[in-house]
Design a protein around this ligand. Structure first.
Ligand code: GAR
Length: 206
C-alpha cells in the first residue's frame, strides 16, 4: 500500500477528493501527512477531521528558499512517501528539491498545459477568448508546470463565463481527475521513466 504525503497552501478541495478516494478504496494507499506552507488554511482542518497529521512549514519563517525547502523536505522525509501530491501548493520549488522526489511528485494545474503555465490561468483564457479550457496532472520536473503530462480534462468556455465560474467548472473536473491519477501512481499503472510519463507501459503523448 502506497504511502502518500500531500502538500497544500489553501482550501484543499483536491485534498478532500483524495481523502475521500482513499476512504472508499479507490486509491490503494494511505495519506500519512498533509503539509501546508501557510498556517491556518482550511485544508489543514480537512486533514485533522480525517485523522491525518496536519503540519505547517511556514515559508515566511525562513530567510531563504533553500532553508525553507530543507525544512520542508526534512518534514516530508520523516514519512518516507512513495507518492508526493501537490494539491494547490503555491510555492515554486528548486531543481534540487524536485530532483529529490523525481518520479514520485505530481501536480495539478488549472489549464490545458502546455498552454498557460503559471498564475491567473482562468483570466488568461477569458482574455484570449479561448473556447476550451481544462486541467492537467503532470509529473513535477524542474521546469515550472512543464513536466510530462499524465492526463487532462477539458471544459467548454461559454460567453457568460467568469473567472469564478471557470474555477468552479475546472475544480469539478479536478476532483474526479486527480484521485484517479494518484491511484494510478499508487498502483504502478503510471511511471516516470527516461524523463517521460508512462501509462500501462506505453509512453503517454498529449
Ligand atoms: C486547484 O484548482 C489547482 O489546480 C490550483 O489551485 C487550486 C487549489 O484548489 N493549482 C495551481 O494553480 C498550481 N499552479 P484546492 O486548494 O481547493 O485544491
Amino acid at each position: 500500500m502506497s504511502n502518500i504525503v500531500v502538500l497544500i497552501s489553501g482550501n484543499g478541495s483536491n485534498l478532500q477528493a483524495i481523502i475521500d478516494s482513499v476512504k472508499n478504496g479507490a486509491i490503494e494507499g494511505r495519506i500519512s501527512a498533509v503539509i501546508s506552507n501557510r498556517p491556518g488554511v482550511f485544508g489543514l482542518e480537512r486533514a485533522e477531521k480525517a485523522g491525518i497529521p496536519a503540519i505547517t512549514v511556514d515559508h515566511t519563517k525562513f530567510t531563504s528558499r533553500a532553508d525553507f525547502e530543507q525544512a520542508l523536505s526534512q518534514t516530508i522525509d520523516q514519512y518516507q512517501p512513495d507518492v508526493l501530491v501537490l494539491a494547490g501548493f503555491m510555492r515554486i520549488l528548486s531543481s534540487e528539491f524536485v530532483q529529490h522526489y523525481l518520479g514520485k511528485m505530481l501536480n495539478i494545474h488549472p489549464s490545458l498545459l502546455p498552454k498557460y503555465p503559471g498564475l491567473n490561468t482562468h483570466r488568461r483564457v477569458l482574455e484570449n477568448g479561448d473556447k476550451e479550457h481544462g486541467t492537467s496532472v503532470h509529473f513535477v520536473t524542474a521546469e515550472l508546470d512543464g513536466g510530462p503530462i499524465i492526463a487532462q480534462r477539458s471544459i467548454h468556455v461559454t460567453a457568460d463565463d467568469t473567472e469564478e465560474s471557470l474555477q468552479q467548472k475546472i475544480q469539478q473536473q479536478e476532483h474526479k481527475l486527480y484521485p484517479e491519477v494518484v491511484s494510478w501512481l499508487c498502483n504502478g499503472r503510471v511511471q516516470f521513466k527516461d524523463g517521460k510519463a508512462w501509462l500501462d507501459n506505453q509512453v503517454i503523448s498529449i
